[in-house]
Structures are given as C-alpha cells and as structure tokens.
Design a protein around this ligand. Sequence first.
Ligand code: AMP
Length: 225
Amino acid sequence: MNLVFIGPPGAGKGTQTKRLVEEKNMVALATGDILRQNVQNETELGKQAKEYMDAGKLVPDEVMINMIEGELTNISAEQAVIFDGFPRTVAQAEALDALLNRLNKTIDNVIELVVDDEALVERIVGRSTCKTCQASYHDKFSLPKVAGVCDYCGGTEFVRRSDDTPEKIKNRLSVYNQEKSGIIDYYRKQDLVSEVDGMLEQEEVAGAIEKILVDGGLTYKYAKV
Ligand code: AMP
C-alpha cells in the first residue's frame, strides 16, 4: 500500500504523514525533510539543492528522481510507503511510476489535501519544531503546554524553517499552483485521486484519510497494533 500526498505547503501533509508513520507502521519519504538534512550535513546533494530551496523553487527533476531512487532501493518490497512532497511535477510522477514498476510496487492512493491559499500563509509563518524530537508547534494554533518547553521531550530549543517567510511562501505557493493540475490530472487518469478538505480539524482530516485508505485496501497487515 503506497500513498502519495499532494497539497500546498502548510496543507498538513507532514502532520498526517507523521500520524500514519506512528500509527500504521508506514515509512515516509518526505523529500523536503531529506533535502533539509542534506543541506545541514553539507552533502553534495545538499549543495545542489540549497539555492533552489532558499529561493522557494523546485530542485531540478533529475536531482530529485536520483534521490528518490536511492531512497526507495533501501526500503523492503512489502513496506508501505508514503510519498510526502514527491512527485511535484509530471516528469517526477512518470519517473516514479517507472521506478516502482521496476521494483514491483505501485501507487495505490493519491490524496489531495485542499486548503484555501489565504489560510496557508498564516499556518506556515507561525510554525516551529522541537530541535530534539521534531514535534510540531504553531505560535497561534498549537503552543506547548508550558511556554518554551516541548510537551514530548522537554526540549527547549525550537527551530523554524528558513523558507517559512511570507515572501518565500508566496513563491512556493505559486510554484505549487503551476504544477498541481498536471500531477492531479496524471493520477486522475489512473483513477487514484481522493480529495480531502484540509481546512477541517486535524482529527477530522485524519479520519477522512483513514477511510480512504481502508476503502482503498489498507489491510493493517503492517499495522503496529
Ligand atoms: P517541503 O518541505 O516539501 O515544503 O520542501 C521544501 C523545499 O524542498 C521545496 O520548496 C523545494 O525547493 C524542495 N523540494 C522538496 N520536494 C521537492 C520535489 N519533489 N521536487 C523539487 N523540489 C522539491
């Protein structure tokens, strides 16, 4: 059971991915996270990607496709995978299909999280994560219970993404809006797309996703419970 999340920055893809990883024993390939890690570690890939990420632009397809190929070959055939942030272009979607085909895997569900553009800037600008355990917070919608202390690990350092500024968010949103319909059409032709209203409460979004996955054949074979 492999799943692709499509949605603009701030739609909640990361939050819902994290939940599925924790609850359903799925593995996430979150390309933004992988790239940020590479930038931080100053790897060759990180050096190639940095200028694009800083500008809120897409990293070239070839770089992304090589990266995802490397990641996928390290994952066992039976493992359910969530693609969070990939593919972002039709060329990436085609390459992913070809790659999965070679590995005897398929995409089983594509979930589009639909959110109002106006809500996104507010959602993104206030977000931060705990430096130690990566728990997510928001200045307005999700503060830690004790100010400045992570609810989960007690950490006191919080980080913000350097591309979460209003100017860069505008770029990232416009890139998303340019590429979105091509990818959605690509997967619609394969009858894989379900839309979920990303403006709902997180729990409701999770419930809607759960239903889609169960109807789409998630058997819980790999679930932790
Ligand atoms: P994200 O964390 O998904 O918002 O991604 C952060 C940044 O990483 C994006 O603004 C892009 O510069 C880059 N990136 C992540 N995934 C991709 C992708 N599939 N294709 C091209 N660039 C990507």
